[in-house]
Design a protein around this ligand. Structure first.
Ligand SMILES: [Zn+2]
Length: 510
């Protein structure tokens, strides 16, 4: 059998359950066969309904993408309840190369149990409530009935509507979850992830680019990965010309912004391949159009595109720590569990911005751990400092209030953790020292190892992501990446301790 059906009706698979109930998160898959594929092994584990999956009757599982990294394969799943998508029902099964399940990462902490799937309020009423969450609405993408499984709370029947438009302070693409029984707004999820822009937009000077020739016309579009392309935001047309010579070095010129943007996107694509073994920002060889011309001192990713705005001097801000950050949101969006939550989304994106800047290693944008240092957006230099977030007014140390802070402020502890892991508390080689929250010293492992830990942790991500879970996932990632050695693991752990993210029950030990 070359392909396994995507939908597994677990109710019919009880025969294998008895053989697979031992041990949490570890199972020998398909004992009667040799070397099961990772997907088949994961399916067998799921079919056995181990207690830690919190399976309810009336649930069906849908296998999603499998991503292989560092000798392990990460197979992610969603689930439905009586045919309705379960928000927060996702999980990841990690298997080794022999198809043996080794670890499972599960979003929900309790079973749905028995839940009525008959709504008490109409989809139209829910949609009207969703529209009210924005200042103005240009489009309603759709409304669907879902089962919401929040950590620690009883499952709820809900309407989910995604609306496009504007909020105070900028564009919005918002998913609004409304209780289908009471009509109350349960949560809102903003898909527009902003960088609060920076950069000069023409930082990289004279560069060579992979572009596309179409007849006698050239396009500012990667020749082998055509979804990497730079466009004019006013008409969403890919920049084109007859001579394959692009830009004029002027920061206010849109095509010049497109040159920097495509350069960064292509370099990040190469970094993902070379350092992480990942095939493109979206994991399947591509990315999203990068549009130059947002009329705002900002930039964002929204699930379909990256928009690049300007600084106070009108220069397009397509530097590595902006474009790399925005595409980092796309990477986050296209790893299991989707965009990171509870205050972690901006830190995740900043780690990809920094890794991209270091990979590029341009003398015109010397690699560092500042965000937006190339442009003086509001006259006060960088907008974030990963080695000392407090320099921009963000928190250096995690606390229980971090998850509810504004998303960029909440990036402080995570950025600080990443710096300590990459460079260490002493800094060195031109990088500054970094104060720790517990007075400890942390030994750095280099940015390439640090981003490997980050990325492999993201392969265990579920929709229940948080700083606390990132601690657990990065420790597991360090073990996966360096079996038999505790050096990487110890630095990961020391760095979390140094930013006050506390030990979690069940986390890996070394
Ligand atoms: Zn962002």
């Amino acid at each position: 059998m070359s392909r396994i059906p995507l939908v597994i009706a677990v109710g019919t698979a009880t025969a294998v359950a008895a053989a697979l109930t031992t041990g949490p998160a570890v199972a020998q898959a398909a004992p009667a066969r040799t070397a099961a594929s990772p997907a088949a092994a994961a399916d067998a584990l799921v079919a056995a309904k181990p207690a830690y999956l919190h399976v309810s009757s009336a649930e069906t599982f849908q296998r999603q993408a499998s991503i292989t990294s560092g000798g392990f394969t990460y197979v992610s799943y969603t689930r439905t309840y009586q045919g309705l998508p379960e928000v927060g029902g996702d999980f990841v099964v990690m298997t080794d190369a022999n198809g043996v399940a080794k670890y499972t990462s599960v979003a929900q902490t309790s079973a749905v149990g028995t839940l009525s799937v008959t709504p008490k309020i109409s989809d139209r009423a829910a949609q009207a409530t969703a529209r009210k969450q924005l200042k103005s609405v240009s489009k309603v993408e759709g409304t669907k009935l879902v089962v919401l499984t929040n950590e620690g709370a009883a499952a709820k029947l809900a309407w989910q509507t995604t609306v496009d438009g504007t909020r105070a302070g900028g564009p919005s693409r918002l998913t609004v979850t409304v209780d289908a029984v009471t009509g109350k707004v349960l949560s809102t999820d903003e898909h527009v992830t902003e960088a609060t822009g920076t950069g000069t937009g023409w930082v990289y000077g004279s560069v060579s680019l992979s572009t596309t020739q179409s007849g006698s016309t050239f396009l500012l579009q990667d020749s082998s990965h055509t979804t990497l392309r730079a466009q004019n935001a006013s008409n969403n047309a890919t920049f084109s010309g007859s001579d394959n010579v692009w830009g004029n070095g002027s920061g206010t010129n849109r095509e010049t912004g497109g040159v920097d943007a495509l350069y960064v996107a292509e370099k990040q694509f190469a970094m993902l391949s070379s350092w992480l073994g990942r095939n493109g920002q979206n994991g399947s060889g591509g990315a999203w159009p990068i549009r130059i011309g947002l009329n705002d001192e900002n930039a964002y990713y929204d699930g379909t595109q990256v928009q690049i705005g300007h600084n106070t001097a009108g220069q397009w801000i397509a530097s590595a720590d902006v474009v790399g950050h925005e595409l980092g949101h796309g990477i986050d969006d296209h790893t299991p569990g989707g965009i990171s939550r509870r205050g972690t989304q901006e830190f995740v994106a900043d780690t990809f911005g920094a890794a991209t800047e270091w990979y590029i290693n341009s003398p015109l944008d010397p690699p560092d751990y500042q965000v937006g240092e190339e442009v003086n957006l509001v006259g006060s230099g960088p907008i974030r400092y990963m080695y000392n977030p407090s320099l921009a007014g963000d928190s250096n140390c995690y606390s229980s209030s971090t998850p509810s802070q504004e998303v960029h402020a909440a990036a402080g502890p995570g950025n600080h953790w990443f710096y300590l892991l990459a460079q260490g508390s002493a800094g060195g080689s031109g990088q500054p020292s970094s104060p720790t929250c517990n007075g400890s010293s942390v030994t750095g492992v280099g940015i390439q190892n640090a981003i490997k830990v980050m990325y492999n942790a993201m392969l265990l991500k579920t929709s229940a992501s948080s700083y606390l879970r990132y601690r657990v996932w990065t420790l597991q990632a360090a073990k996966n990446l360096t079996p038999g050695s505790c050096t990487l693991f110890n630095s990961v752990k020391a760095a979390w301790n140094a930013v006050s993210v506390p030990a979690q029950s069940g986390e890996a030990t070394c």
